[in-house]
Design a protein around this ligand. Sequence first.
Ligand code: UD1
Ligand code: CA
Length: 446
Amino acid sequence: MKTSAIILAAGLGTRMNSELPKVMHKIAGRPMLLYLLDTLSELELEKVVLVLGPNMEQVIDFVADSGFKVDIVIQDERLGTGHAVKQAKKNFSGYKGNIVVLYGDSPLIGTNTIKKMINTRNETINPALVVLSFSPNDVSGYGRLMLDKPNSVEKIVEEKDATKDELANRLCNSGIIIADGEILFELIEELSCENSKKEFYLTDVVGIARARGRECLVVEGTETELMGINSRAELAVAETITQNYLRQAAMEKGATLIDPSSVYFSYDTIVGRDVVIGPSVFFGPKVRVSDGVEIKAFCHLEGTTINKNCTVGPFARLRPGSNISEDVHIGNFVEIKNASLGRGVKVNHLSYLGDAKIGERTNIGAGTITCNYDGYKKSETVIGSQSFIGSNTALVAPVVVGNNAIIGAGSVITKDVKDNALSLTRAEQKDISNYGSKLERMRKRN
Ligand code: UD1
Ligand code: CA
């Protein structure tokens, strides 16, 4: 039987206290919503409908750019999760199949859990719906599932409407259900808003289906994939869960993390085998690290490709557009931005290379700066291979330094330097003999 999905994301996310729609808040560098869209894309669904609130153009644009095929409907008034589902009714006229309803603020659900729900719906007793439950450590805020037989839900009670006895039950509602699409919207029509929040709760479809003599089954999932994100504190918990997962995955692929809990990955970080990552390293989006690379403590990387056997850091910052070839050494307090470094380049201390191309085996001395910005526009610095840039050199871009060239320390290079040339711009050294002892005599006299 085919399956479609409805994602509810119209809520105001009041407890986030934010201008940003809740589903746009990021976990490991990517908006929550993308986790769900990504997971759903693995399931070959018939269609995906996203329910948004008014004034969420930002989400609409983001979905359009994401490349996922999603129909968007707007819930003009936020009258509850049941009312939100109802907004998708027209998208499913004449539809026969399953509908899985997901909550935008529970983004970490895994594909296998959804598959398990689909199987329970398809391969058992044709239940009207299957509810995904979990038993979190802290049950506060979640609706509770009341079972009257093993695996069979009688009703879902929201925390605010629950009796003391019902609250003692720790089996919680994840919010995620899979329903028989043919009757889901009929059940929704019967919802009432006579409850403490005066909302149409989706959770009440269970009681209504049961009153019609249809079964509602339960599948159980884990807290780490089903926690709801309602506040910044819960967002931080989701971040920790995701980071732990990414750290584990990197280690399983053969990377050593000296202090895993201090390393932060992005959802898309790629780390090869025998990579060693020191403490307190942060990966922003789009970083790819090949085999045998060592990233020492306190580095910050984003939008960067590092090829085999390089060493980076400690305290290096690699910014977007950095392409580092094999065997490169990047040392402490070095910043690289939009620059490609050829094989075997060394830039070991206190330098800035921005909008630059550096040829193979070139040595960049301590304190070298590419002056890439004149206050109006950015310009490029190109340095050939096997050249030697002396310490404290300022390369005023646009400028080209050839192959096998040498720049004397302390130079300000404003003109191109030819292959094999020595170039220096410093003032000539002047020595005054016996000046030190003269100075000492003067001091004693005073
Ligand atoms: C909901 C469930 C609760 C469950 C918990 C799991 C209901 C009534 N309660 O509670 O049983 O334990 O999730 O995390 O369903 N939304 C809309 N339109 C609305 C209201 C909400 O689209 O009018 C969306 C929200 O954007 C959110 C989701 O539905 O993504 C859940 O809404 P929320 O208000 O967070 O419900 P909870 O109180 O967390
Ligand atoms: Ca919620």
